[in-house]
Design a protein around this ligand. Structure first.
Ligand code: FAD
Length: 311
């Protein structure tokens, strides 16, 4: 057996689970498909995290760097840029095989902490493959004085639009409904910004020139009226497609939308030796709760490893 516990996903939940593993002297591996730190560094590195005790006026990137620095000083192996593609439980050997795009590892227990961001949802419109169509916003300042279209109505799209506006970009946001799904703070921020809001509006086609975005045809889904406007860049914040391929293969129980893994009060899934923590579980979470849940999953995995009858 290569490891006592393998943690899949290096976000706040996964790193916290790994820290707990290290504290209990479990041989622990974290496998992270992108950069360790999770959504904080991969999805909102520029945003100030305002709700995590002990981290005041720090960006996602700074908070993630502190988490990763902490873990790297513990007895934990970390593999970055390595995505898990399959997990299988071997009942005879009583171990779990974890296959990535690069390697195979075995462990007694696995904690799935892959978050919910998955792959970005596509708009499925003509022109979507052009250069200048983006699914993530790293540094709004790169877009100062540019003309930007943001599509979407949740927290992510609204935060992008507000961030771009603050950075000095001429920003328009379109949303297919007439009210944002974003939280109160984000709704207030966008209402107070200079962002132009087009309700009941969707992207009909993305226009380009020499392989690069030039503009978009937008359609009002109530009146069917279209407008054509020039944009330098387009940000599609239409939500995410869950990791259903990966979860389906291991037949782990999820909710009906296949977005969330169902765990019991000890973070166990329906498969022996497999636990889950963080945003991927059925609870709605934020950074502090993901850390708490990850740590708890680490404790539960420890109890399971040391005393399988506990399972
Ligand atoms: C734009 C934005 C702003 C936010 N702002 C805040 C905020 O201000 N305060 C707050 O509390 N929360 C905020 N959140 C929510 C917060 O990011 C999450 O609650 C938190 O990151 C959840 O931690 P997690 O470890 O469960 O998942 P994540 O942080 O999503 O980490 C999961 C990790 O798993 C990796 N992964 C996925 N699939 C695989 C695979 N197959 N193999 C290996 N690795 C894999 C991913 O690459 C990712 O790094 C924000 C989220 C977004 C998107």
């Amino acid at each position: 057996m290569d490891y006592d516990v393998i943690v899949i996903g290096g976000g706040p939940a996964g790193l916290s689970a790994a820290l707990t593993g290290a504290c209990y002297k479990l041989k622990t591996l974290v496998i992270e498909a992108a950069a360790a730190g999770g959504a904080l560094v991969n999805n909102f590195p520029w945003k100030v995290v305002d709700n995590t005790l002990g981290f005041r006026n720090m960006t996602g990137k700074q908070v993630a760097a502190i988490y990763v620095e902490h873990i790297k000083n513990e007895d934990v192996d970390i593999k970055e840029n390595e995505g898990v593609e399959n997990i299988t439980r071997d009942d005879v050997a009583d171990e779990i095989l974890v296959e990535t795009n690069k390697n195979k590892y075995t462990a007694k227990a696995v904690i799935i902490a892959i978050g919910v961001l998955g792959k970005p949802r596509k708009a499925n419109v003509q022109g979507e493959n052009l250069n200048g169509v983006n699914y993530t916003l790293t540094y709004p300042n790169l877009y100062a004085n540019r003309k930007i279209l943001v599509a979407g109505g949740g927290d992510t799209a609204v935060e992008w639009a507000v961030g771009l506006d603050k950075a000095g970009a001429e920003t328009t946001i379109i949303h297919r409904k007439d009210v944002f799904r974003a939280n109160e703070k984000n709704q207030k921020d966008i209402a107070e910004s200079k962002v132009k809001i087009l309700w009941n509006t969707e992207t009909k086609e993305i226009l380009g020139e020499n392989g690069k975005v030039k503009g978009a045809i937008l359609i009002n889904n109530q009146t069917n009226k279209t407008i054509t406007e020039n944009f330098d860049e387009i940000f599609l914040g239409l939500g995410n497609v869950p990791h259903s391929d990966f979860l389906e293969k291991i037949k782990v129980k999820t909710d009906e939308r296949r977005m969330k893994i169902l765990v019991d009060e000890t973070m166990k899934t329906n498969i022996k030796g497999i636990f889950a923590a963080g945003d991927i579980t059925q609870k709605w979470l934020k950074i502090p709760e993901a850390i708490g849940e990850g740590g708890f999953a680490g404790i539960c995995a420890y109890k399971y490893i040391k005393n399988p009858y506990w399972a």
